[in-house]
Design a binder for this molecule. Sequence first.
Ligand code: F6R
Length: 241
Amino acid sequence: MRIYRAKDYEEMSRKAANLIAAQVIMKPDCVLGLATGTTPVGTYRQLVEGYEKGDLDFSAVKTVNLDEYKGLSPENNQSYRYFMNENLFRHVNICLENTNVPNGLAEDAEAECARYNQVIRDLGGIDLQLLGLGVNGHIGFNEPDDAFAKETHLVTLTQSTIDANSRLFDRIEDVPHYAFTMGIRSIMQARKILVVANGENKADIIKKAFFGPVTPQVPASILQMHPDVILVGDEAALGKI
Ligand code: F6R
């Protein structure tokens, strides 16, 4: 694992965006695995800037997102599809047909999981997976558990995740309790993994995940077994390692 230290959020975002940009430049039809949340917003902003400057071309890029809340439509401003459209897709020349997010409105959850696994397989796997880190060590919505879940599945969100995500909703009652998420195996099969983290509230989990025992109780700890992981963090997030 390589760790890139950034002095603040801006620099973390720029370093992460540069790594993604390098991937897009090296392989214009690459498959990017994408994350939502607060952490990668600045990274996406930098990618949009790169596109606007004429340095990046997304016309052949394909994307597959980690997760989506169950029950939210793409038009719901809390859905992850909406987030991706607003933060990246509608600002660059990506074809929307080349972007994939689990369908939060799918009624048959099992069929939706199978469909999403097939999407990932048909794309030939993920070249570069961007990940944020939950304060409880989740990646995607793979929550602490007794075993590592393998492929796309429906999860019941833990109270810690509901509490953490409630900051983005008007009322805590509005936070969905279920979500579709890519599984740990699909994440681990990505050829490269880029983890972004900022802020003091991520310092403990970074220490546990990257320097503690590998355990499904800290899902991100499995990343220690991946051959090509880069962690880009700001001073506060890397403050305990
Ligand atoms: C989002 C996702 C989550 C977040 C994590 C950190 O697609 O999969 O695992 O990356 O909850 O969220 P932030 O960045 O908001 O701290």
